[in-house]
Write a protein that binds this ligand. Structure first.
Ligand SMILES: [Zn+2]
Length: 492
């Protein structure tokens, strides 16, 4: 579990004593004594400048690094004399009792290396109680499946005297569809914990969105209500055809049909599959359909049943800038004119490099002026090579199989190089060719029964597309290639 630091890292969120804190959550450090912290914050509110003798735990010290936000001028006496009324109030038996027993909530966020036992005992529970709560949880959710970033809401009654904090309820949502509650019950033979899991019914509906790109695809997608996961899928689908760094121009358009998951209140909780993805870039329109073939292989295909997947990626790094093209140039280090047999992509050291296509590693290691170097043989015609790497992935050994878009290494500046970049070469039948100009062989083409099934599926999904309600205010492409705004109708 992470301790909360002023820097804002996640950890315990203390939101106790709502009545006194006007409902505001107070972020605090000092997770080791959070039970006492609730108590301490209450005292601190009543007597903010009370001496350290009133502040119960050493582990709480850092809690006072930031002032309690609830404190207002009237509750913040300036002199010891002015404190007395508040201290007197605190000693009043009734308010003291309320202060000591009022349940409060903490949110614990799992960090790498945390165990649930350690998190619960850090929150003030004794080990037997924490153990029973974990056992109860295990009936419906294995604590082994906990991941960093998961968080729990605990409702605790504060520790009083020798009695440790008592857990009233533990609430946990492992994912958008599931809610797990561990609750305390007072049975005949003392308190025990029971766990229940509630599966929230999620509905999947189809959403249609599209737009015209004015400044960037990202902004246009956001404006059209496209979830970031769907935008990521769209970029992957078109990554074989479109160079997103360089080719997108104002006026280019996109259109999508995708699954949305919503909870019972209608709130968006996540996206599912993209069923149709279309982009019109530089006047060229491409429309692709999701399809699972008879081998169970899911891919996107154009209207003729050709896979979007090409044999080779044009750009084997994301977010890079072309710093030198293929062709004759004055060599930056050697000084004389020399053929540049590849393309250079400038990118920060450590940027992942992808295998441009499926294949087998031929060379992986130091190669003179190329520095750390990898060469992959894709088929009898094509090979690709990658130079000046900072690091080669450990699995890249001669003979190793690689998959397209698998990370093979990282950008660097080893060998004869002036700065961090990837030097990328495509070899066709033994000769270096321009990676930009090369007519890349296409991937799979559906045929026979698969093609028949695909055509039927395409017809169905086109009907769904026509019926789907566009997300509000989206611009959809009209049949004539123009566009119009259609906030509420499916076609225009
Ligand atoms: Zn180069």
């Amino acid at each position: 579990m992470s301790f909360d630091r002023p820097s804002g890292s996640t950890g315990i969120q203390f939101a106790g004593l709502q009545a006194r804190s006007a409902g505001r959550a107070v972020r605090r450090a000092g997770a080791a004594a959070v039970g006492l912290l609730g108590l301490a914050a209450g005292i601190f509110f009543l007597a903010p400048s009370a001496g350290p003798d009133l502040l119960p735990q050493p582990g709480v010290d850092s809690a006072y690094a930031e002032p309690a936000p609830e404190r207002d001028a009237s509750a913040a006496p300036q002199s010891p004399a002015a404190q007395r009324p508040q201290l007197a109030a605190l000693s009043d038996a009734a308010s003291n009792e309320a202060l000591l027993t009022e349940p409060y909530r903490v949110t614990l966020t799992v960090a790498r290396g945390d165990t649930l036992m350690a998190m619960l005992t850090d929150a003030g529970l004794d080990r037997p109680q924490a153990h029973r709560a974990i056992q109860a949880l295990a009936d419906v959710y294995s604590p082994r499946k906990l991941k960093p970033g998961h968080s729990f809401d605990l409702t605790l009654a504060p520790a009083v005297g020798d009695r440790p904090a008592t857990l009233q309820e533990l609430l946990f949502e492992p994912d958008a569809a599931r809610r797990v509650v561990v609750a305390r019950e007072n049975g005949a033979d003392g308190p025990r914990f029971t766990a229940s899991a509630i599966d929230r019914p999620l509905t999947t509906r189809l959403a249609r969105a599209g737009g015209s790109i004015e400044s960037s695809l990202y902004v246009a997608a956001l404006d059209a209500g496209v979830p970031s996961t769907v935008l990521g899928d769209m970029i992957t689908i078109f990554s074989f055809d479109i160079d997103f760094q360089r080719e997108i121009q104002p006026g280019d358009r996109f259109s999508l049909l995708f699954e949305e998951k919503r909870d019972e209140d209608g709130a968006f909780v996540g996206s599912g599959d993209v069923l149709i993805a279309e982009m019109t870039v530089g006047g060229k329109q491409r429309r692709y359909y999701r399809f699972e073939d008879s081998d169970g292989f899911v891919d996107y295909f154009d209207g003729e049943g050709r896979s979007v997947r090409k044999a080779l990626l044009r750009t084997p790094v994301d977010g890079a800038r072309i710093s030198s093209r293929f062709g004759k140039r004055k060599h930056p280090i050697l000084g004389y004119t020399k053929m540049h047999k590849g393309m250079d992509f400038a990118a920060p050291t450590g940027t992942p490099i992808y295998a441009a296509g499926d294949g087998v590693v031929e060379v992986a290691g130091w190669n003179g002026g190329f520095g750390k170097y990898i060469r992959i043989r894709h088929n009898s015609t094509y090979k690709t090579a990658y130079a000046h790497l900072s690091r080669i992935d450990g699995r890249m050994k001669p003979g190793a199989k690689v998959r397209q878009r698998q990370i093979i290494g990282y950008v660097g500046t080893t060998g004869r190089s002036t700065g961090p970049h990837l030097h990328y070469e495509v070899h066709k039948a033994g000769r270096a060719v321009n990676p930009q100009g090369v007519k890349l062989p296409t991937g799979k083409v559906l045929a026979g029964a698969d093609l028949t099934r695909f055509q039927a599926a395409m017809g169905e999904v086109e009907t769904l597309y026509a019926q789907a309600e566009p997300l509000s205010g989206v611009v959809v492409a009209a049949e004539d290639g123009g566009s119009c705004t259609a906030p509420a109708v499916a076609t225009c």
